[in-house]
Write a protein that binds this ligand. Structure first.
Ligand SMILES: [Zn+2]
Length: 76
């Protein structure tokens, strides 16, 4: 199986960040990995896509740095 590496633009990261309401640092209920949100925003499939964040996303509630495996709460 081929894994594609997708470098995410700032605009895409912003869009993903807009659907996040909180993260594992400020919300114990957060259970969605951020890359799942990225699948929704980009229309890609994480089983064949590795995301590369050109800049870190930030939690809108606490400002924590969010990377691919950070657990978040999102409104999709
Ligand atoms: Zn947070």
């Amino acid at each position: 199986m081929t894994i594609h590496i997708l470098a995410l633009s700032t605009a895409t990261i912003r869009r993903a960040q807009e659907v996040i309401s909180s993260c594992e640092a400020c919300n114990k209920e957060a259970e969605l990995p951020f890359d799942w949100v990225l699948d929704e925003v980009t229309g890609c499939d994480r089983s064949t896509t590795d995301y590369f964040l050109t800049e870190a996303a930030r939690c809108p509630r606490c400002g924590y740095t969010i990377i691919e495996k950070t657990l978040v709460e999102a409104e999709l």
